[in-house]
Design a protein around this ligand. Structure first.
Ligand code: ATP
Length: 227
């Protein structure tokens, strides 16, 4: 159980991603931010049809199943299939609106790597996300937190400076702040893992064995054009 917030509810983390496939970079991010912020749980939400990047290489059902086998046994973690079930384009704004209704009071924390935050202005209703959740930005190799501010597009830099939490720990409000955290730097990407699999080399120790067994069993990522 996480630390109760002033609202009486422990904060909940949301980690969206294509998870194509899920790897240790995602899992450490979720674990370290959960520990640092006292999150009661972290929900992993694989994207359906992402509006602002290329389509995932494998189906939502496979990506969800890889998340499920990766997080099995960790009571802090849970998988959420709502975006892959949704028809059409899936927006984080809609997901957070639904979660806010379902979970009621208490802080929601949208977790992301610094690379994802840098692209936030391309997200549907990005400024309204702060009405629904805090945004927690984790360090990712190649995207240093110290250099983040300077690299942001002007409208996002303005919001970043306005909303950046000045005191450590979970903010008093249930949404609206930006928090940054250094985490263990793991230079792992799904792109790199897919490339290794496509050329027949082993991504062992970059992702859980259970995920790699699932990939092998279902013959995923062998063909670059496969869906
Ligand atoms: P791809 O290489 O296919 O673009 P990815 O490895 O970046 O995929 P995503 O599913 O797109 O993985 O990432 C989901 C979230 O996890 C994003 O917020 C991203 O910034 C974060 N993330 C992914 N890998 C890491 C990592 N190694 N360290 C920190 N954050 C990460």
């Amino acid at each position: 159980m996480g630390t109760p917030h002033l609202s009486g509810f422990a904060p909940i983390g949301i980690l969206g991603g294509t998870f194509d496939p899920i790897h240790f970079g995602h899992l450490r991010l979720a674990q370290e931010l959960a520990d640092a912020l006292g999150l009661a749980r972290v929900r992993f939400i694989p994207t359906g049809t992402p509006p602002h990047r290329n389509s995932p290489q494998v189906s939502g059902a496979h990506r969800l199943q890889m998340v499920a086998v990766a997080i099995a046994g960790n009571p802090l973690f849970e998988a959420d299939d709502r975006e892959i079930r949704r028809e059409g384009i899936s927006y984080t704004y809609d997901t957070l609106t639904e979660l806010r209704e379902e979970l009621g009071e208490g802080p929601l924390c949208l977790l992301m790597g610094a690379d994802a935050f840098g692209a936030l202005t391309t997200w549907h209703r990005w400024q309204d996300l702060f009405d629904l959740a805090h945004v927690v930005i984790a360090h990712r190799p190649g995207f240093r937190l110290q250099e983040l501010q300077a690299a942001l597009p002007a409208p996002l830099r303005k919001i970043y400076l306005q909303r950046l939490a000045r005191v450590p720990g979970m903010p008093r409000a249930n949404a609206g702040s930006i928090l940054t955290r250094e985490i263990t730097a793991l230079d792992i990407s799904a792109t790199h893992i897919r490339a290794m699999l496509a050329r027949g080399s082993s991504p062992r120790y970059l992702a859980p064995d259970t995920v790699l067994e699932y990939i092998d069993h279902n013959q995923l990522y062998k063909d670059r054009d496969a869906r």
